[in-house]
Design a protein around this ligand. Structure first.
Ligand code: NAG
Length: 323
């Protein structure tokens, strides 16, 4: 033991007792050993070289993986379509105007018909949404694709490769911007659209055969009157009060420009300038001062409906005040 400690004493000497500042300066630049920040120049060079190579290899590996991944994608169409995709092949319905994003949970369209500001608020939300539908024809400065919208009907043949069907929202009278979508008159318009699914084509109920039992009678009747005509090839739309009281409070509705989404707008193949068709639902005389629960449904043989999962349908509340 005694020997050992003696040896140690020979080889180890207590480092000079430097002050804090002194030892820090020594750490920055040690003139004795030539160390900077605790390393000599060659040691720094080696470690820098190591990290340079390390990160270069990392970047290269990442880039290679990304390049391989992009090889499997097409920017024009989704890789996973219809049933193999997460969104599936059952289009949902959406409505506009959507209440403010601040109240995400809210689906209430509430306004006071006598209050200009209240009317204007909703009208401007719809205006903003319909902006994309109005772009066409407003001068040559529009983005490419804006001019390829052509008027369509059931007698329109196949469109050229770059053409898409126009959605003439300016003809949706009285659900027009100039009329502030009829909100001031106390009979507001709510726009419905079917969510886009790549390559989805509707199988319309175009005959009175096998209409679902839960389809509203007025819609069944409507289909009967145009059965067999090309005009029957539509994704039908119906809006109803959810409860008996809502049915009564909702009053009559009009579907503008028609009772659904004509099949010539489908399939959606991500052509530039494509517009999702719209149906404006005009609530002619909703009872004022009460909240009305409304459910709108889209009808086609390949749209499944489930009220609780909100498949093929949309729910919102309407409340019109006059005060
Ligand atoms: C009715 O719809 C089916 C698809 O569901 C279609 O194959 C058929 O051509 C349509 N009939 C008419 C008269 O347009």
């Amino acid at each position: 033991m005694a020997d050992k400690s003696k040896v140690a004493e020979q080889y180890y000497s207590k480092p000079p007792d430097l002050g804090k500042w002194e030892s820090f300066r020594m750490f920055l630049w040690n003139s004795e050993t030539g160390q900077v920040l605790g390393r000599t120049g060659s040691s720094w060079a080696k470690i820098l070289l190591f990290y340079l190579i390390f990160y270069a290899v990392l970047v290269g590996f990442f880039a290679a993986m990304l390049a391989i991944f992009y090889q499997t994608l097409d920017s024009k169409m989704p890789k996973w379509q219809m049933d193999s995709s997460l969104i599936g092949s059952n289009p949902g319905l959406g409505f506009r105007p959507m209440p403010e994003s601040a109240t995400v949970e809210s689906t209430l369209i509430y306004y006071r018909a006598n209050d200009k500001g209240s009317v204007l608020k909703w009208a401007s939300v719809i205006d903003e949404y319909l902006e994309q539908y109005r772009k066409k024809g407003s001068g040559g400065g529009e983005a490419a694709g804006a001019e390829n919208r052509v008027p369509c009907s059931y007698s329109t043949g196949t469109l050229a490769e770059k053409q898409v069907c126009d959605v003439p929202v300016e003809n949706f009278h009285p659900c027009t911007s100039a009329n502030q979508y009829n909100y001031e008159q106390g009979g507001p318009c709510v726009f419905l659209k079917l969510n886009k699914i790549f390559n989805w084509t509707p199988q319309p109920y175009n005959t009175t055969e096998d209409l679902p039992a839960i389809m509203p009678e007025d819609l069944k009747h409507h289909i009967k009157t145009i059965e067999g005509k090309p005009d029957a090839n539509m994704v039908w739309v119906s809006c109803q009060g959810e409860n008996p009281a809502d049915v009564e409070n909702m009053g009559p509705v009009q579907y503008i420009p028609g009772r659904g989404f004509p099949s010539y707008y489908y399939p959606f193949t991500n052509k530039e300038g494509y517009l999702s068709p719209l149906v404006a639902v005009l609530f002619e005389k909703p009872r004022t001062g009460v909240l009305i629960n409304i459910e709108c449904k889209a009808w086609a043989k390949n749209i499944q409906y489930d009220r609780y999962e909100r498949r093929g349908s949309v729910h919102f509340e309407l409340m019109v005040d006059r005060s």
